[in-house]
Design a protein around this ligand. Structure first.
Ligand code: ZN
Length: 142
């Protein structure tokens, strides 16, 4: 049986949340190198983080599910400027990315990490952190 890595994490919290959600959807998967990264976080970059490993036959399905989770996460945020729920996570446009492209070409990937921002799809509001998530009325009451 062939196994493939479909996503990597530097946080075991997020990794385990995703793992639990996939298990609840009936997907067989496990986290590789979780113990190493958890015990010595400095090794995270050296070994490539915590890897979410699935059966090769499930990889496409899992990628779709992960994309759905990302969309749910982004759509839960409310734009403080216009109130829309249309955030996307994009590479920051500008000189940095031009240099990043050159340096990455010369030295291979991971030479420079580009800056990423959250951007509102409706009004263009940009933020380094995702604004507060939208909490429906009924959840606000005790
Ligand atoms: Zn907006």
């Amino acid at each position: 049986m062939d196994l493939v890595t479909v996503k990597t994490f530097d946080s075991y919290f997020v990794a385990n949340i995703i793992l639990g959600r996939l298990h609840s959807e009936g997907i067989e998967c496990y986290l590789k190198d979780e113990t190493t990264v958890t015990m010595d976080p400095i090794l995270t970059n050296a070994i490539g983080g915590i890897k979410l490993v699935v059966k090769k036959d499930d990889a496409a399905t899992v990628q779709k599910i992960l994309k759905k989770y990302d969309e749910e996460y982004l759509n839960a945020a409310t734009c403080p400027q216009c109130g829309a729920h249309e955030f996307s996570y994009i590479a920051k446009p500008g000189v940095t990315n031009f240099l990043t492209a050159i340096i990455t070409t010369l030295f291979g990937s991971y030479a420079v990490v580009p800056d990423y921002i959250y951007q509102c799809g409706k009004c263009g509001y940009e933020s380094e952190r995702l604004p507060e998530t939208f909490i429906p009325e009924e959840d606000n009451q005790n």
